[in-house]
Design a protein around this ligand. Structure first.
Ligand code: PLP
Length: 486
């Protein structure tokens, strides 16, 4: 254990102190650009009188910000905002051009790491803090639902799902120009069941499936269990999969399905421009290759309206769009859905034999939450929280990671993809970090060809605190040691 242990365990006491809260407030102002590089901060005396706090409190807050690299003291002059270092963006990925069998090391999965190690700061699990969910509201709605309709408890429900919920989902598609009919919506046990059903609907063992590279490891596990081969397609961290590369890869007719995350992919955070989505949908429709669109992060945009899914450009039902309330509303409810397109009857049959139905009271509670407007209100708060968490993480990574690191700053979601100097093996980095109680997901887990050894994914799932800051600092130190050997 290093000296990281004490700041982490002491952090909750520390975060309650006045100086720390003042430092946090100023750090936020710097990260969000309210206070800009080179700007002078108020003198210690002035801030102490403005805030009605002691001189020591302000001095300690400034010292904290200096330690964290936000500000610098200039002799005889005062405190100034330091330039926040920006990192270059990773380039278009270059995965192998051949399909691979998928073999995933279960011991590298974030949930398994969390089970086997004493983790104090977990950047591995993509599970948002319980504090960010509308538990009290949902508890009230669920109580009302079961009070007014107790028969829902003894009802198996229908395989397609609750009609009220399906209508609400169809209605929300109007916002992105979708013409989804409630009949076309199939409710599932989260996004995971939807991915399973969609892949089973359109592939046979041994088939080749095209995907982003790097790709969500949960998807790779499904491919592994169905004995499907993965064809990794070059992907840009900003704009997603290369349509040109996909066009070439699908010429031979061997690719039987394509699974993509056009909106805020996991782990790259890329967002495909609308024009690329249109070209993607047209290309795959022409070649009769079904598109499974995993859109579970689409709602997590930081600014403006949620981006349109590829489904918005679908003209012949070739796109199955997957959504989920797991990440957005209630992880324990496990309610997701898929808009089935031309695969409706196949998907309904598969749902019937897979889990038959999804819990009727839980579906109805979500339907009521959507109908009441509570969902939109919650979504605004959630988006803001994710944006703040990611901004703070980006700022810390830029201050503490080696200067030749590369990073893509996403416009939505809550995962960050960092590319380090090739001297860093993130599998080894993970072992060292785990010894300090820190976890993250190493790059090779996102690739069937086990590429990306010098990359890692950081999940920003909790309100940012000193604990996270110190953990990023420690990761940066460990990475530097691997590069410079000291
Ligand atoms: C990209 C992606 N798709 C699907 C899922 C699974 O969704 P759910 O939790 O709704 O089953 C996850 C969960 O982390 C994910 O990151």
């Amino acid at each position: 254990m290093t000296d990281l242990a004490s700041p982490i365990t002491d952090s909750s006491r520390k975060t309650c102190t006045l100086y720390y809260q003042l430092a946090e407030e100023l750090a936020q102002a710097i990260s969000s650009g309210v206070l800009q590089t080179g700007e002078k901060l108020p003198s210690i005396r002035k801030l102490s009188s403005q805030r009605q706090v002691s001189l020591t409190t302000v001095m300690e807050a400034y010292r904290e910000l200096e330690d964290r690299g936000y500000i610098e003291a200039r002799p005889q002059s005062g405190f100034y905002v330091r330039a926040q270092r920006g990192f270059a963006m990773p380039e278009l990925t270059q995965p192998p051009q051949k399909p691979s069998e998928v073999v995933i090391d279960p011991l590298l999965q974030p949930a398994e790491l969390a089970r086997l190690h004493d983790i104090k700061v977990d950047f591995g699990l993509a599970i948002l803090s319980p504090k960010l969910y509308p538990n009290a509201q949902l508890q009230r709605i669920l109580a009302q639902v079961t009070r007014h309709e107790p028969e829902l408890i003894s009802d198996y429900g229908k395989p397609q799902g609750d009609l009220e919920l399906r209508r609400q989902i169809a209605r929300r598609s109007l916002a992105w120009g979708g013409h989804v009919d409630a009949e076309e919506v199939l409710i599932t046990h989260g996004g995971m069941e939807a991915l399973n059903l969609c892949l089973r609907a359109v592939t046979q063992p041994g088939d080749i499936v095209a995907l982003e590279s790097p790709a969500y490891f949960g998807l790779l596990q499904i491919l592994e269990s169905f004995r499907l081969k993965a064809l990794e397609i070059p992907t840009h961290p900003q704009t997603g999969i290369s349509i040109e590369a996909l066009e070439l890869a699908t010429r031979s007719g061997d690719v039987k399905a394509c699974v993509l995350l056009p909106n805020f992919s996991n782990p790259l955070g890329s967002l495909m421009p609308d024009d690329n989505k249109r070209r993607l949908v047209e290309l795959l429709a022409e070649r009769n290759i079904p598109l499974i669109e995993d859109d579970i992060y689409g709602e997590f945009c930081y600014h403006g309206d949620r981006p349109r899914p590829a489904k918005a450009f679908d003209r012949n039902g070739n796109v199955m769009q997957i959504g989920s309330f797991t990440k957005v509303v209630a992880p324990s409810f496990r309610v997701g859905w898929v808009t089935t397109g031309r695969f409706q009857s196949k998907l309904e049959d598969l749902k019937f034999i897979n889990t038959y139905s999804t819990s009727p009271p839980l579906q109805r509670a979500i339907a009521k939450f959507l109908e009441s407007g509570g969902y939109d209100h919650h979504l605004r708060r959630l988006r803001k929280a994710c944006a703040d968490q990611v901004t703070s993480a980006v700022s810390a990574i830029q201050r503490f990671f080696p200067s030749d690191s590369r990073l893509h700053v996403p416009q939505g979601g809550y995962v960050l993809w960092v590319e380090l100097n090739t001297a860093v093996d993130t599998l080894q980095l993970l072992q060292r970090a785990l010894a300090d109680g820190i976890s993250f997901t190493p790059g090779p887990l996102f690739s069937p060809s086990h590429s990306y050894r010098n990359c890692l994914r950081i999940c920003c799932v909790e309100p940012w605190t000193m604990r996270h800051e110190r953990a990023i600092q420690r990761l940066g130190q460990l990475a530097s040691e691997m590069i410079y050997g000291c």
